[in-house]
Structure formats: C-alpha cells, structure tokens
Design a protein around this ligand. Structure first.
Ligand code: COA
Length: 182
C-alpha cells in the first residue's frame, strides 16, 4: 500500500508502532462519542491486537493521517470491503488534540475516495455517521455523497438510542469524477 499525499495531510499505511499515538485518543470521549462500538475502555493490548487483525485482514485498509513532517493526527480507513460488489465503508478519526475543526477531514475523505476508486478499484464507498454528527454530514454532502437512508434508533449509546445516517458515493457518480479530476 502506498502513501497518498494530499495538500495539508497524507495517508500512509498504519503500522504497529502507531499504537502509542493511537492510545492518546482512543479513550477520549470527545472522539469515542462519535462511534457506537467504542464505548468501553480500550487497553494498549486491545489496540495492538486490533492493529494486527486489521493489517492481516483482506477486507480492511487502514491508514495513518500524517502531516507533511510525519506528525501523526489520526486514522482513516476503508473497512468491510465486500469484494464481490467492490464496495467498502469509509471511516475517519482525527484523534490528536487540535487536529479537528481545521478542515482536514474533507481532505482525508478525498484521499480515501482516491484510495478506494483508484488504488483498490472499488465501485462504491459508503459511510454511516450519527445523525447528530454535523461535521461528517457536511463533508459527505459537500463532496457529493448521496444520502442513502436514515437508520432509526440504530445504536444505543450513553443511555439513549441514536439515529444513524448512511451516505454513499459511486465511482460512476459525476461527483466522484470531479474528485478524481477525471
Ligand atoms: C468528523 C471529522 C472527520 C471532521 O473533520 P474536521 O476536519 O474536524 O471537520 P471540520 O471541523 O473542518 O468541518 C468540516 C466541515 O463541516 C462544517 N461544520 C462544522 N461544524 C458544523 C455544524 N455544526 N453544522 C454544519 N456544518 C459544520 C465545517 O464548516 C466544515 O465545512 P467547510 O469545509 O465547508 O467549511 C473530525 O472532526 C473527527 O475525526 N471527529 C471525531 C471522529 C468522527 O466523528 N469521525 C466520523 C465518524 S463517521
């Protein structure tokens, strides 16, 4: 897997020695409240095991989000890749303090779209986010993802049910061609 350079950040393949950088945010409620499956405390051993599984997985591609000088900011990936239909779920975490709210998320999603369609040859990428995650919803719409549905009371987290919204982008969508410059 290659490094994908962007304007302000790059994606490089995740490594086991990223574990300590990941541990700086993996239990931060400001980050984990955006994910239904991150409500329990995660240990360094848990995270290392997760990285080992993910690196060996044929259905996941996980990257570190890094600044031009190599500073680690978070993780981005394509998951649940279903090769027969060539689709996968896109995920982004700008984890380190100060990395969010600077417009980097849009660039990371653009790089993931490039990885999905150009490097992996996928036909479709999709994402699911809390309906209340205004940043992710804004990024999806801005880049031309189509809303594919609202999953009512899909997750139970922090003592409440939450709606989730799914967005998808096809390689054949005009928005995808615009993103890829083709
Ligand atoms: C979600 C995330 C990837 C967004 O990346 P980011 O760089 O922090 O995003 P920004 O703050 O630059 O906001 C992205 C866009 O949303 C807009 N936005 C921010 N808050 C908003 C709000 N409350 N309502 C509408 N739009 C909003 C911003 O103005 C920006 O749009 P612009 O580029 O057109 O100006 C990042 O915040 C993150 O990793 N959060 C924690 C984990 C997470 O939620 N991951 C996604 C789970 S699916």
């Amino acid at each position: 897997m290659i490094t994908l350079p962007g304007r302000r950040v790059a994606l490089r393949p995740i490594r086991l020695d990223d574990v300590d950088a990941i541990m700086t945010w993996i239990n931060d409620p400001e980050v984990t409240r955006n994910f239904a499956d991150m409500s329990r405390q995660i240990t360094r051993e848990d995270e290392l095991a997760f990285l080992e599984r993910t690196l060996a997985s044929p259905t996941d591609r996980l990257f570190a989000i890094v600044e031009p000088d190599g500073t680690y900011l978070g993780n981005a990936g394509l998951h649940k890749i279903y090769w027969p239909a060539r689709n996968g779920r896109l995920g982004v975490v700008l984890g380190t303090p100060g990395s969010r709210g600077r417009g980097l998320g849009t660039e990371v999603v653009e790089l993931l779209v490039h990885a999905a369609f150009v490097e992996l040859g996928l036909h479709k990428v999709w994402m699911v986010h809390y309906a209340s995650n205004a940043r992710m919803a804004h990024i999806a719409k801005k880049l031309g993802f189509q809303e594919e549905g609202r999953l009512r009371d899909e997750y139970f987290h922090a003592d409440a049910f939450h709606d989730m919204v799914r967005h998808g982008l096809l390689r054949t969508d005009a928005a995808a061609s615009a993103l890829l410059g083709a």
